[in-house]
Each structure stands twice: as C-alpha cells, then as structure tokens.
Design a protein around this ligand. Structure first.
Ligand SMILES: *[C@@H]1O[C@H](CO)[C@@H](O)[C@H](O)[C@H]1NC(C)=O
Ligand SMILES: *[C@@H]1O[C@H](CO)[C@@H](O)[C@H](O)[C@H]1NC(C)=O
Ligand SMILES: *[C@@H]1O[C@H](CO)[C@@H](O)[C@H](O)[C@H]1NC(C)=O
Length: 378
C-alpha cells in the first residue's frame, strides 16, 4: 500500500488533531489504517453505467459493482476482487479500489465483488483467508449468481499484493475441494505476496530500500499477519529462519530455489543467502511461516496442476517481483497456462494509481493490460 503517496497535508490538517492522540494510543496498523480509510472512503455511489451496492455475503462485507445491462448478453462475467494492504490496511471502499472495480465492471461489462475482509489487528492468519473463502463460496451458489445475472462458467478470482496472496490461497483451496473444483475460470494475481521463506531473492536484494515497500516493511507485515514477535525481523531478513539447520524448512527450500526457477536475466550476479546455522526458534514460534496457505508458492506440485488459467503481473521495482515470477514458473511446470506480464518501469502498488493527482502512466498501462487480459480470457 502506497502510504508515502497519500496527501500528507490533509493527514496533518488541524481539524484532524485528534488523530495525533489516536496515533499515540493504538496499534500502529490500526492508526495507519484509520488515516488511509478516513481520508479515502467512498460511499456506495452508482454512476449511470455501474450500479454499486454494499451488502454482506454470509456475514462478510462486500461491495458489488454491476456493469451496465446488455440486451444481447444477458449473463455477465464476474471477478471476485481482493484488495491489497499487507493484510492490515486499506478497504474495498477507498477511492483507489472503488475506481478500479468500477472500471472493471464497466469495461468488462461484468459483476465485480470486492471483499471487505477483516484486517490485522482485528484478526490474524488464517481469518483473512476464511473471510474471502466464505464470501466467494456464498457468491458461487446458483441462486446468488442468478440474482446478479452472472454466468457460472465465467468467474475469476483476483487481487493485488496481499490480496493477490489471498486470491492465490483461495484458488488452491478451491482446487482441493471437489464441490468447488473448476468453479473458477481464471485467476489474476497483481504483484502478489507469495512466500516468507526467502527475503533475499534477487528482487528483495535489488529493492530492499525501494520506497512504498522496503524489505523490512514487508517482513513486518508478515510478522503482524501471524501475530508474531518483531524481535525476529532482523534475523528473518538474513534468512536465519530457514537456515540449513532448520529441518522444517529443508524440504520446502527446493520449491523456491530461485537459482533454478528464475532466468539469468533476473538473477544477474545476485547470490543466494543460505545460512548454515540460524535460529530454529523462529519457525517453532511462528510455524505459519511455512504454511502453504500463507505462502502459496510452496504448495505441492499436485495442488498446482489443476489451477485455472493464470495471469501474473510483476513490477521491476518491487521486492515481490520474484515471488510472482517463481510462481509463474512453478505453475507452468505443473501444466497451467500462465501469462506473466512484467513492467520494467513498474513499482509495487502502481496499478491503483490511475487518477489525478496520482495518475501515473505505468498505473494506467498496468491497469489497461490487466483488464485486457481479463477481457480476452474470462
Ligand atoms: C543469524 O544466526 C546466526 C547463528 O545463530 C547468528 O550468529 C546471527 O547473529 C543471526 N543473525 C541475526 C541478524 O539475527
Ligand atoms: C537449487 O538449484 C540449483 C541449480 O539447479 C542446484 O544446484 C541446488 O542444489 C538447488 N538447491 C536446492 C536447495 O534444491
Ligand atoms: C495526469 O492528469 C493530469 C490532469 O488531468 C494531466 O495533465 C496529466 O497529463 C496526467 N498524467 C499522466 C501521466 O497521464
């Protein structure tokens, strides 16, 4: 989430001085989220083209965007969208996500369900996954699809950043459930977070200090997601949690072995950071670090092979670039049809910055490319 790009003057305006008090008292993520959400939340407002409704699906809040009716196509395509923000920040209702989903509904003539899942520190892993699974399962019921005039054969799942992580986890979970298998036609993952075992992939090394998402911030999001201890952050940054003497990680390391998964144009001269001895206490205290539901990249090959057609968008200036490229490679090896859409001038979070004053050219290009892929494949 691009906190640095929020208009600071508005955050610090005198009328919001109670914020300072709030900042001093609460969990830092609650405070950050208060800032993001209170300055950007949009009420459900329907344009002439797109009907927007706030409702709940089996107890999980959702914002539904319905594209304009088309007489020649009575049933619509649909995308379940999961917003980003480190499992802790943002909302389906902030301007950025509201605009993205409105554009998708309009340009794809689709129904977009944007899930308002609960966040850290209200809930922790795996509650976020439970929320998105629950809302999606509810939506997939024949009578609900009928209500929204959705074609049951043309539904996709998508999300950006931590939302891409949840979308990937959901895709894998549905795949293993016979009732839900083959219900999703596509998955589209935008600069997804996919693993917490190696914080020294070439992209983590290259972008460790890149603004918006420096490496230590990403590691802290992980620790927060698991309600873990910040004392481990420095050790995790040097991969002490997955050192060679940590037996639990041994079998998993091969599944994100970037010396074989990434092309030479990406690995360049970067060297793997593999510690001989590290700190076995970290994964003992936070076993969720090695759980494929949090790290979809480390799922077994059998779980990957029946996943739907996949789109993965990656950005050069992003610690998460290689998470996405490695997942694309693993999916392809498992026989899944994958489109990897890489942006040389992209940065983490860029796809939501499409309107003034944060209308970046690469924001507009990534969004257009993403929507075009959905249009051709959903
Ligand atoms: C990583 O683990 C080694 C071996 O236990 C230890 O010497 C080193 O200080 C640790 N590094 C960090 C940053 O915690
Ligand atoms: C990673 O891949 C390289 C190159 O194929 C190989 O030499 C190495 O043993 C692999 N490491 C692991 C942990 O699988
Ligand atoms: C952003 O919007 C402003 C105002 O509409 C426009 O002048 C500018 O060219 C836009 N920038 C990009 C990169 O599209």
């Amino acid at each position: 989430m691009a906190l640095l790009l929020l208009p600071l003057a508005r955050i610090l305006s005198p009328s919001k001085s109670n914020l300072i008090h709030y900042l001093g008292l609460s969990h830092h993520l609650l405070a950050l989220n208060f800032i993001i959400v209170s300055f950007g939340k949009k009420s459900a407002w329907s344009s002439t083209q797109v009907k927007v409704t706030d409702t709940d699906f089996d107890g999980v809040e959702v914002r539904v965007f319905e594209g304009p009716p088309k007489p020649e196509e009575p049933l619509k395509r649909s995308v379940v969208y999961i917003h980003g923000g480190g499992w802790a920040l943002a909302s389906a209702k902030i301007r950025y996500y509201d605009e993205l989903c409105t554009a998708m509904a309009e340009e794809l003539n689709a129904v977009i369900v944007s899930i308002e899942y609960r966040l850290v520190p209200t809930v922790y892993f795996p509650a976020q996954i439970h929320d998105v699974v629950r809302a999606t399962k509810y939506f997939l019921q024949p009578e609900v699809l009928h209500k929204y005039s959705v074609d049951p054969g043309r539904i996709g799942i998508s999300g950006d950043s931590a939302g891409g992580n949840l979308a990937a986890a959901l895709g894998q979970q549905f795949n293993q459930d016979d009732h839900l298998k083959n219900k999703l036609k596509v998955q589209a993952l935008i600069y997804p977070v996919l693993q917490a075992l190696d914080f020294n992939t070439p992209s983590y090394q290259q972008n460790m200090n890149t603004p918006i998402l420096p490496r230590y911030v990403m590691v802290k999001y992980w620790v927060d997601y698991f309600k873990g201890n910040y004392d481990f952050v420095q050790a995790m940054i040097v991969n002490n949690h997955t050192s060679l003497d940590v037996e639990e990680a041994a079998a998993l390391r091969a599944r994100l072995n970037w010396t074989s998964l990434l092309p030479a144009s990406i690995t360049k001269n970067y060297k793997p950071v593999v510690q001989t001895t590290g700190n076995a206490r970290i994964v003992q205290e936070i076993p969720q670090l090695l759980d494929a539901r949090s790290a979809p990249l480390i799922a077994e090959q059998e779980v990957l092979q029946h996943l739907p057609k996949t789109y993965i968008l990656t950005c050069e200036h992003d610690v998460l670039r290689d998470d996405g490229i490695m997942y694309a490679k693993r999916l392809e090896s498992a026989g899944v049809e994958v489109t990897l859409d890489h942006f040389e001038d992209g940065f983490h979070g860029c796809m939501i910055f499409t309107s003034w004053p944060t209308n970046f050219s690469v924001g507009i290009r990534t969004r257009n490319s993403y929507i075009k892929w959905l249009d051709q494949n959903l």
